[in-house]
Design a protein around this ligand. Structure first.
Ligand code: HXC
Length: 298
């Protein structure tokens, strides 16, 4: 176990679902939840990737991580899998809505299907999961904690990732709305808005051209002078999924080294790109998503 700001039993007795848990931030955070006592359930669309992530996350406590092949866009799939977790393992205590879909593109070039692919994962997927878990908590009189991974675009909007910005803003609204509606049931609903934290796929997507000045990963554009770490994100996540501060609800908490307050928008620099640059971006981001799809089993 690594040095930790928290007691290693902080999350003992917690059973936490992470959507989009096979890769990126969700995968990175899972290990910390396990190291602090939680049982973790990882969801994603690719069985082999999930199995690898589960093995990695459970290294400190074998048997503490389970994985399920689920497409969060499909409510029946979500509801049935939540039901199976309940009957085979027991009630969840927390949910991390982390599954995302995004690519950089000029909005004028987006097809309706492209808009749908992104918004149905982020907005519908977060609602489906929150609803399927929340209704069970309410029916059984159990408390719970919902957390969603958002971005600071919920306050500023963001050029060139408009469907993502719109969908994340919707989840920000769900966070505020359900915090009020579900407080009487002991259910807390919060969100995190991390700035850039290096993970393989996001890094490829965030640096769309070989023009290094227009990517979103330049540490010199962040007041703190560096990108964030998974450990920092995990610490905030664990705090919010623990019982440390049950009075905290309805909040989207930015953790971005001051990036948003220093402006401008994440991709504002892309306004200088040429049509040839945009063609290259489309090709390289499609290639990245195709190679991830090749490993998908559903
Ligand atoms: C323009 C694109 C495109 C691109 C896909 N489309 N990629 N249009 N530029 N780069 C269009 C397709 O042509 C198609 O429309 C429609 O989008 C749906 O594409 P599919 O490949 O059929 O959809 P699907 O299989 O559902 O894949 C969704 C996906 C894919 C978003 C394209 O990349 C994916 O599943 N990603 C999941 C992981 C992910 O994106 N994580 C993001 C987290 S990282 P037509 O009309 O042609 O049929 C992150 C950090 C920030 O959020 C990243 C910044 C960008």
């Amino acid at each position: 176990m690594t040095d930790t700001a928290f007691s290693p039993t902080l999350l003992s007795g917690k059973r936490i679902l992470i959507t989009g848990g096979g890769t990126g931030l969700g995968r990175g955070v899972a290990r910390y939840l396990v190291e602090h006592g939680a049982e973790v359930h990882l969801w994603g669309r690719r069985a082999a990737v999930l199995a690898e992530a589960a093995a990695e996350a459970s290294a400190s406590r074998p048997g503490s991580v389970f994985h399920h092949t689920v497409d969060v866009r499909d409510y029946e799939n979500v509801d049935a899998t939540v039901g199976r977790i309940w009957s085979e393992h027991g009630p969840l205590t927390g949910v991390l809505n982390n599954a995302a879909a995004n690519f950089i593109a000029q909005t004028k070039d987006l097809s309706p299907r492209a808009f749908q692919a992104i918004t149905s994962t982020v907005m519908n997927g977060s609602f489906h999961t929150t609803h399927a878990v929340g209704k069970r908590w309410i029916a059984e009189g159990l408390p719970g904690s919902v957390l969603s991974t958002l971005t600071t675009w919920v306050w500023t909007g963001s050029a060139y990732v408009v469907p993502s910005a719109m969908a994340k803003a919707a989840v920000h609204s769900m966070t505020m709305s359900l915090a009020v509606e579900w407080a009487k049931y002991g259910i807390r609903v919060n969100a995190l808005a991390p700035g850039p934290i290096p993970t393989d796929y996001a890094w490829e997507m965030l640096n769309p051209t070989d023009k290094s000045s227009v990517g979103a990963t330049q540490a010199d554009q962040i007041p703190a002078g560096r990108t964030g770490t998974i450990e920092e994100l995990a610490n905030l996540t664990m705090f919010l999924l623990s019982d440390a501060c049950d009075y905290l609800t309805g909040q989207t908490i930015a953790m971005d080294g001051g990036q948003m307050l220093a402006g401008p928008g994440t991709f504002a620099g892309l306004s200088n790109l040429t049509d040839a640059d945009w063609a290259q971006i489309r090709d390289s981001s499609k290639a990245a998503s195709e190679s991830s799809k090749a490993e998908r089993t559903v």
